[in-house]
Design a binder for this molecule. Structure first.
Ligand code: SAM
Length: 282
């Protein structure tokens, strides 16, 4: 039984980190003309209303994208322009945002004619919203389990692959399942770029995922962690990403973006970046 709805959390600090990374990775991969297949294993509903009662109830966007947007002139890196342009295009001019895209929206915005986008979603309400949003767009929606669905589709028909794995981790076993799925997917497409999100929570449940990746044969794994300076009493104190096979130079550019976003008036968070598993030298 799925109960998580991303509408409560859309545009929070973790979304800024995850979607900022997604935007930068797609733009860096698209420097080469060869087509990319993008799998979004946990798509959500693609577009969120930040004035919706659910977003207002948590107020997470206020300390996330709304704070960043209000101070966007402080973002000096050119790499923010793609991300900010998408938000400008979706919203009327002003200091507050009403609409915020989910991962399918970011991917669709970046899509070139020969790229493919496949979106998986299991929650019935989210499926319905996603399917409505997808009508008339050149994307495929699959109402199926995203991890097994993505695995079954590998290797992709295009020369290149981008996979976003962004579960809600409602079940603790998900950390282990994500690690084992990544290993299987990497064995089927070793040059694929995989972006895996995880929450930083009390008790560090994501250690199971991190250890599973470290002890596997997967190499060239960058880890990005954004930790809040004043975390709430309950819930996430930070947000993590693993990026397998990041485009060359991604780490430096993304670290700069997150360093700027972490300023006190914006997300008020610190960013650490390291090679969780380096490239093998043998
Ligand atoms: N990726 C979205 C974004 O960045 O905007 C947010 C996704 S949200 C964190 C996780 C989503 O995964 C929820 O909508 C949930 O219903 C869905 N979900 C949960 N288990 C799933 C599964 N096994 N396969 C596909 N979707 C699943």
């Amino acid at each position: 039984m799925l109960s998580y709805l991303h509408a409560f959390h859309a545009g929070n600090f973790a979304d800024v980190q995850k979607h900022g990374a997604l935007c930068l990775i797609t733009s860096m991969m698209q420097v080469k003309p060869s087509p990319i297949t993008c799998f979004d294993t946990h798509a959500g509903s693609a577009l969120y209303d930040l004035d919706d009662a659910r977003a207002q109830k948590t107020g997470e966007a206020d300390s996330g994208i709304q704070a960043l947007w209000a101070h966007r002139q402080a973002l000096a890196s050119d790499d923010w322009s793609g991300y900010l342009d998408v938000l400008s295009g979706l919203n009327p001019a002003g200091s507050r945002l009403k609409r915020y895209p989910g991962s399918p929206g970011w991917l669709a915005n970046a899509k070139r004619p020969d790229d493919r986008i496949v979106l998986f979603e299991l929650h019935p309400t989210e499926q319905a919203r996603l399917t409505d949003w997808a009508a008339g767009r050149d994307v495929t929606v699959r109402c199926a389990d995203g991890l097994t669905g993505m695995l079954r589709s590998l290797p992709p028909a295009t020369p290149r692959l981008l996979v976003l794995i962004d579960p809600s981790y409602e079940v603790r076993k998900d950390y282990q399942t994500v690690a084992s799925t990544l290993v299987s997917a990497w064995q089927r497409c070793r040059h694929g770029v995989f972006l895996i999100w995880y929450p930083i929570l009390p008790g560090n449940p994501a250690d199971v995922l991190l250890a599973g990746v470290k002890s596997s044969s997967v190499t060239k794994v960058l880890r990005s962690e954004l930790r809040l300076a004043s975390p709430p009493a309950r819930g996430m104190s930070g947000s993590g990403l693993l990026v397998v096979n990041p485009p060359w130079g991604f780490g430096e550019r993304f670290d700069r973006m997150m360093g700027e976003a972490g300023a006190d008036a914006l997300l008020n968070a610190s960013h650490q970046l390291d090679w969780w598993v380096p490239e093998t030298t043998v």
